[in-house]
Design a protein around this ligand. Structure first.
Ligand code: CA
Length: 353
């Protein structure tokens, strides 16, 4: 370039050099683009393979749960793996039983060399969104969000959405309130799916999205008078249902294994007094439907979980287990690093003891 102006012929060289430089640059750029396209495709293929491998392992883990459900005896709060099948459902767990608790606690099972974490939750242990009294739901929401006045409004609005009347509960919302906002009328009948709370007036502003996701895992949409299985309710549900703090709820969870809860008297025996259990309807046994969640213990950069439901047979003529639709979604929840899943009990009969 410094030749420019020194020789008259230099002007043509001064033109050729930039053209060559541009051609080289364009070539280099296309090579780079090609490389990054191949790289992008390779990344996508790797991700798809990763997804497929996760699904395969998750289904294997879920099948192990289904096998246990189909073959092992059911107790009020757990599968008593290896125990006497003829014993009644309210039989307390024997310390020698390898129990699979149905309260959503974490179990680990190794599939293809990777540790998968599974949770099995009896749906009867979840708080019923359709219960006539919404104060328990308000306590559950407040326990998750920490905002009790917003929780009271959200719970009252859920109850108003589901109840058949037009009488607005304190903090709630009825047909007129929806009409004023140009929204469809409230359902006026029990919810059929927990996700319907997203249609409840102001739910999204009263309950942050992450809290909402957590609440979906702690609630169910059951008939109005469906009983709560206190033997499988997770700690936040015990706290909300009985009006106790988390410490006492943990105590109850520890004690119920030795003495299954069938009614308010049993509960008083293990929990002591001061419970707000008036009007709470009890169930002494698990529901037929279990929610199963599977995730990878070491998920890397793309944490995800598979959720499905397993449905126990109603009678001996039907297949022992039905499997609901599978859903695989990102798992954004922060797990505490001190979570120590117990090993999933192995099935099969033990030698007589
Ligand atoms: Ca109402």
């Amino acid at each position: 370039m410094t030749l420019r102006g020194v020789h008259p012929t230099a002007s043509s060289q001064g033109f050729v050099l930039p053209v060559v430089a541009i051609a080289i640059a364009v070539f280099a750029l296309s090579v780079l683009t090609l490389v990054s396209t191949i790289d992008g495709a390779a990344t996508r293929v790797a991700r798809l393979q990763d997804d497929a491998a996760f699904e395969r392992r998750a289904i294997t883990a879920q099948s192990r749960i289904a096998f246990l459900m189909a073959t092992e005896p059911l107790r009020a709060g757990a599968l008593a793996v290896g125990a006497d099948r003829a014993a009644p459902i309210e039989t307390p767990l024997d310390p020698r039983d390898r129990a699979l608790h149905l309260d959503g606690r974490a179990y680990a099972t190794v599939v293809e060399g990777r540790t998968m974490v599974v949770n099995v939750q009896d749906t009867a242990g979840l708080l019923n969104l359709n219960a006539a009294d919404h104060t328990r739901l308000a306590r559950l929401i407040a326990g998750v969000t920490g905002d009790s006045s917003a929780a009271m409004r959200a719970a009252a609005s859920v109850a108003d959405y589901a109840d058949p009347d037009d009488v607005r509960r304190q903090g709630g919302a009825e047909g007129n309130d929806y009409a004023r906002r140009g929204l469809p009328r409230p359902r006026g009948a029990p919810l059929e799916d927990v996700r319907e709370v997203n249609d409840v007036l102001d739910w999204d502003t009263l309950v942050p999205e992450m809290a909402s996701r957590t609440l979906f895992t702690l609630t169910r949409a059951a008939p109005v008078d469906a009983g709560l299985n206190v033997n499988t309710a997770p700690v936040p549900v015990i706290a909300a249902a009985l009006g106790v703090d988390e410490g006492r709820a943990r105590q109850i969870v520890q004690r119920r294994e030795a003495q299954p809860v069938r009614n308010a008297d049993d509960l008083a025996a293990i929990a002591g007094g001061g419970l707000q259990s008036e009007g709470l309807s009890f169930a002494a046994a698990p529901d037929r439907m279990m929610r199963v969640t599977v995730r990878d213990a070491n998920p890397g950069r793309a944490p995800r979980r598979m959720t499905t439901s397993l449905v126990l047979a109603e009678n001996v003529e039907t297949p022992p287990i039905g499997v609901g639709p599978r859903d695989i979604s990102p798992d954004p929840e922060q797990r505490s690093s001190d979570e120590r899943p117990e090993p999933l009990p192995a099935g099969g009969r033990l030698p007589p003891r």
